[in-house]
Design a protein around this ligand. Structure first.
Ligand code: GLP
Length: 241
């Protein structure tokens, strides 16, 4: 979907999510939502909070799984994704901690926690997975070079990603060098993937992901192999298509 602005695109995405979740709720079924961080989904989260506050969205039957997290940042670190999710979404919803899943890797227990996350994710069918797009074509923290078969794992971040994300830290050196991320294979197992891209800075990555060859050089291109991936982009992000 092309939208004029990120506000208009985000509105379409949040309406889609609310409708999917409410349909499940009315049928007495639970919903599982995969969540993303970064600036891209911020307006969607705001809209979901508004829908919840207006009574248009119930989160009673909702379980969430986040895509990724930095290694070595505690959940109360202001740049951690756990903190981001609490600040922008969870604190406003009726959702208990047991139904919120964010990868984490406490020291000495890294392998164990990754295996646990993978197991839980594998047992759960996500209705929708939200995704943003990195300028180098990454999705979650699957950097270029990530294979289609990749699973939840510890990864080393690209220098370009660390620089792009340094705006959330006091200095670029503070950006962790490693992260835990769902793999490409995990992302492709969601029933529906919704990927959003706003702004000119994403135009080239959007073009490579949608029209380029399917290759680990541009991890988002693997979404071409998924039969229910919906792109939401604004005019600027779509200008090279
Ligand atoms: C980060 C996240 C991704 C996100 C991407 C884009 O590295 N791990 O999940 O999609 O950056 O960030 P932004 O939305 O701020 O442009």
């Amino acid at each position: 979907f092309f939208a004029d602005t990120k506000e208009a695109g985000s509105l379409l995405v949040s309406e889609f999510i609310v409708k999917t979740l409410q349909d499940n709720y009315q049928k007495g079924q639970s919903s599982v939502l995969g969540l993303a961080t970064g600036s891209t989904p911020l307006i969607v989260y705001k809209n979901l909070v508004t829908a919840f506050q207006n009574g248009a969205l119930s989160t009673q039957n909702l379980t969430t799984f986040n895509l990724d997290e930095y290694l070595g940042l505690a959940a109360n670190h202001p740049a951690s994704y756990a903190f981001f999710m609490y600040q922008n979404l969870f604190q406003y919803l009726d959702i208990s901690d047991e139904r919120i899943h964010i990868p984490s890797a406490p020291p000495k227990k890294t392998d164990e926690s990754i295996a646990e996350y993978q197991q839980l994710l594998g047992q759960t069918q996500r209705d929708i997975q939200l995704l943003g797009l990195g300028k180098n074509g990454h999705i979650a923290f699957n950097e270029p070079g990530s294979p289609a078969t990749s699973r939840t794992r510890l990864v080393k971040l690209d220098e370009s990603t660390r620089i792009a994300n340094s705006r959330y830290f006091e200095s670029p050196e503070q950006v962790p060098e490693h992260a835990i991320t769902m793999g490409i294979a995990d992302i492709l197992e969601s029933k529906i993937n919704i990927i959003m891209a706003w702004g000119e800075g994403k135009a080239e990555a959007v073009k490579r992901a949608i029209t380029g060859p399917i290759s680990s050089d541009c991890p988002a291109s693997f979404l071409q192999q998924h039969n229910k991936t919906i792109w939401f982009i604004d005019q600027k992000a779509g200008k090279m298509l």
